[in-house]
Design a protein around this ligand. Structure first.
Ligand SMILES: NC(=O)c1ccc[n+]([C@@H]2O[C@H](COP(=O)([O-])OP(=O)(O)OC[C@H]3O[C@@H](n4cnc5c(N)ncnc54)[C@H](O)[C@@H]3O)[C@@H](O)[C@H]2O)c1
Length: 246
């Protein structure tokens, strides 16, 4: 494996503090970690995690390592990577290839470096690792026990591959879990999208006109929050029942 590629290892201490703060709000994962420490159910698992490199993911990775897995971490979106979190994980000795603002070439290079772990499990948020394994490393596909896919777009891509009989190993569609859609898609994305826009623009939402394209789980959550802040919300939706609901 190549050395980790992160922005600045000196950020590790700040990253650990933020990871610890998040851990205190993730009691279920903490309980699973205790069980994993005793039972080591993931011994022998070599996991490539191509996920948003955030404090929550860091706690997930900690849990996987506690279970005995070897893990290589790469970012699933160059704009969501928290550099201090990447630094903290790298400083613990994990293989981490992620920094905020990667260009397209750097983004795919990071995934390819993570694949040097010769994984037998993939965790994806957007199906990019699975896509690269299928296109460029079919030899890895043969040894894959399975994978997980987090998001709607990734699941759509994978269902198309499965229908074409082109999906070479089984993947759990995490996004199909009702609790995932109800909480992450609706409330999580509803909140974080608004937060992102506010931080980037400093807009006051009251009195603004907001157009939401698609009234699915994320669209509903975002529309609800934008309305709550006093925006005039317009929804565009092609599915008649959802349009009616909007
Ligand atoms: N944390 C995150 O960043 C995060 C989390 C969850 C989902 N997502 C992403 O958000 C997107 C939406 O996810 P979701 O779970 O709400 O999906 P969804 O399937 O529940 O909703 C999508 C909606 O868009 C509508 N739609 C499709 N094409 C349209 C068009 N041309 N015009 C208008 N409406 C159209 C569909 O009818 C559907 O109601 C996906 O790309 C998903 O991957 C991001």
């Amino acid at each position: 494996m190549q050395e980790s590629v992160v922005k600045d290892l000196a950020l590790a201490e700040a990253g650990e503090k933020r990871i610890e703060w998040a851990r205190r709000h993730m009691p279920v994962l903490d309980r699973i970690k205790e069980e994993f420490e005793r039972e080591k159910p993931l011994k022998g698992a070599r996991i490539v995690a191509c996920l948003h490199v955030t404090v929550e993911t860091a706690n997930l990775i900690t849990t996987l390592v506690a279970g005995g897995a070897e893990v290589a971490v790469t970012g699933s979106n160059p704009l969501s990577t928290q550099d201090e979190v990447a630094a903290a994980l790298a400083a613990r000795g994990l293989f981490v290839y992620a920094f905020r603002g990667e260009n397209e070439t750097e983004y795919y290079d990071c995934i390819k470096k993570a694949l040097e772990l010769k994984p037998n499990v993939s965790l994806d948020d957007g199906a990019d690792t699975i896509a690269i394994i299928h296109k460029e490393h079919p030899e890895l596909a043969a040894q894959m026990l399975g994978g997980c896919e987090e998001t709607t777009t990734g699941v759509v891509r994978l269902r198309a591959m499965a229908e074409d009989k082109a999906l070479l190993y089984p993947v759990i569609a995490v996004n199909d879990a009702e609790t995932k859609m109800m909480f992450d898609n609706r409330y999580g994305t509803g909140q974080s999208t608004l937060h992102g826009i506010m931080q980037a623009t400093n807009f006051l939402f009251a009195g603004k006109t907001v157009v939401v394209c698609g009234y699915g789980w994320c669209g509903r959550g975002f529309a609800m929050r934008a309305k709550g802040l006093g925006a005039n919300v317009i929804v565009i939706e092609i599915e008649p029942r959802k349009a009616l609901e909007a």
